[in-house]
Design a protein around this ligand. Structure first.
Ligand SMILES: NC(=O)c1ccc[n+]([C@@H]2O[C@H](COP(=O)([O-])OP(=O)(O)OC[C@H]3O[C@@H](n4cnc5c(N)ncnc54)[C@H](O)[C@@H]3O)[C@@H](O)[C@H]2O)c1
Length: 460
């Protein structure tokens, strides 16, 4: 976009945690880059909150995405953000692409193999310009890791291990009580939660895998594990209120008392103490974690074998204190280890003449030599800029995916009027869809107890 270009005109489809609190908020902070000119959401309070902040007229507020897209010409839209529930992604994306609009599509792009191929075929046919919300790719951390790998500094990749540490409270919130608790309402956890990680693996590997194998289960958040006498809801006199790590009032009334954004906003539009209490009395977030109707796995390990010989392992667990990712990559000429939220990355280079590439998103903290041969060990820091990190307003944990949310939106908005960056987005669409195919293969492997070949997955 040139300096003189007017701000883009964007519509937000789905004014929830992502549409309003993440992307809408970014646009409100960058009015010179893009404006929210229409909002669709059936929940009036959510719709109006974003629409009021953007100063929208009543006619530019819609209770469904369909009438909004039907008014696209009148609204002079450039792009739309599809931040609807998981099962409402394919139809609005293709409808917007038919209108020639650029789309930022939240992950998961689709929740079944058939829907995914419908999206992929439609996108190819329409030469659609679609970016998928794989925000982690845009973080300084993963950009740095990818730059080191693609420079060849650590040689050919041999193993990759990514650990997705969901965090016990986050898993209870989203995957036991919340929107992603049941595969039939949203999608399997390996897609809903870890398509990001599979996308990173696909990006680092440079190709789709040959085979996918996965094991895991819902092992803990079941009725059999309920402590004696635990009622269906935390507020119904639970005798374990003091000791249970998942006691909902402690989350939402005590520790998150000062937060009114995600995760508290998921409870409802009234985030006062009374509103929260009422929501815990009657809504899903007040349920005992052992008496919910959840069925998605709470831990899963997936092994992927790639044509060039790389084997990658993705290990995901609900039972972690931190809510972050860690990575360990071994290559024929070096090794990388890193921790997403701290931004710390350690690179070991085996060859005496090996060099790191330019790493614009990281700084070198120190360099040492590891005995006995004295090979180089370089410690890097790749942290999100403070303005992008959204730190602090939720009791210290990091919102904004380590800077990825802001960086994705920045890249997306820049790409709408820039053919070269649009090409990069379109190329990443195919890779992003591969990450979904990898997730479908993993789930199939887990459920059928066998190795799944890549060609089976693409055929659905
Ligand atoms: N990229 C990421 O890291 C990331 C993180 C969290 C969620 N997500 C994904 O983003 C999407 C949105 O998640 P969320 O947490 O914002 O959910 P949310 O429930 O907070 O928001 C979705 C909104 O869509 C609205 N909606 C439902 N049907 C609609 C319709 N027909 N027309 C218009 N609006 C409609 C709902 O009322 C709701 O307000 C999901 O697919 C989710 O999986 C992505």
């Amino acid at each position: 976009m040139t300096q003189t270009s007017p701000p883009l005109r964007l519509a937000i489809l789905g004014a929830g945690a992502r549409g309003a609190e993440t992307y809408g908020r970014w646009l409100l902070r960058h009015p010179d880059r893009g404006r929210v000119v229409a909002v669709a959401d059936p929940l009036r309070a959510r719709r109006d909150q974003l629409a009021d902040s953007a100063g929208l007229a009543p006619g530019d507020r819609f209770d469904d995405w369909r009438p909004l897209l039907a008014a696209a010409d009148r609204l002079h839209l450039d792009a739309v953000v599809v931040a609807l529930p998981d099962r409402e992604h394919v139809a609005p994306t293709l409808a917007a692409a038919e209108l020639g609009l650029v789309v930022l599509l939240e992950k998961p792009a689709a929740v079944t193999p058939v829907d995914l191929e419908t999206l992929a075929d439609g996108a190819r046919r329409l030469k659609a310009r679609i970016g998928v919300g794989h925000v982690l790719r845009f973080t300084p951390f993963w950009q740095t890791v990818h730059a080191v790998v693609s420079s060849g500094a650590i040689g050919g990749l041999v193993t990759a291990l990514i650990e997705e540490n969901i965090g016990f409270w986050h898993f209870a919130h989203s995957y036991v009580r919340g929107n992603w608790r049941r595969a039939d309402l949203s999608s399997p956890m390996v897609l809903a939660k870890t398509c990001h990680d599979l996308d990173l693996i696909r990006w680092l590997a440079g190709s789709p895998p040959k085979t996918v194998t996965s094991v895991g289960s819902l092992s803990y958040f079941t009725a059999q594990n309920a402590p004696p006498g635990a009622p269906g809801r935390c507020l119904d006199g639970c005798p374990h209120a003091e000791s249970c790590p998942f006691f909902a009032p402690r989350f939402y009334l005590d520790h998150l008392a000062d937060v009114d954004r995600w995760p508290v906003s998921a409870l409802g539009s009234d985030t006062s103490s009374e509103g929260r209490l009422e929501s815990l009395r009657v809504g899903p977030y007040g349920r005992c974690v052992f008496h919910s109707d959840n069925d998605v796995a709470d831990h899963q390990q997936t092994v992927l074998e790639f044509p060039a010989g790389l084997t990658a392992t993705l290990s995901v667990s609900a039972f972690t204190g931190e809510n972050t990712r860690t990575v360990r990559l071994t290559g024929t000429a070096g090794e990388i280890a890193g921790h997403l939220d701290s931004g710390n990355i350690t690179v070991e280079l085996f060859g005496p003449l090996a060099q790191l590439p330019d790493l614009p998103r990281a700084s070198v903290l120190r360099e040492t030599a590891r005995p006995p041969l004295g090979h180089r060990v370089i410690e890097l820091s790749a942290v999100a800029p403070p303005a992008a990190a959204f730190r602090g307003d939720a009791g210290g944990y990091v919102l904004g995916h380590a800077g990825g949310d802001d960086a994705l939106m920045d890249a997306f908005v820049s790409s709408v009027r820039d053919a070269e960056s649009q090409q990069a987005f379109s190329a990443s669409l195919e890779e992003s869809l591969d990450s979904h195919r990898m997730a479908f293969a993993a789930e199939r492997s887990r459920l059928e107890g066998r190795v799944v070949r890549w060609d089976e997955t693409v055929q659905g």
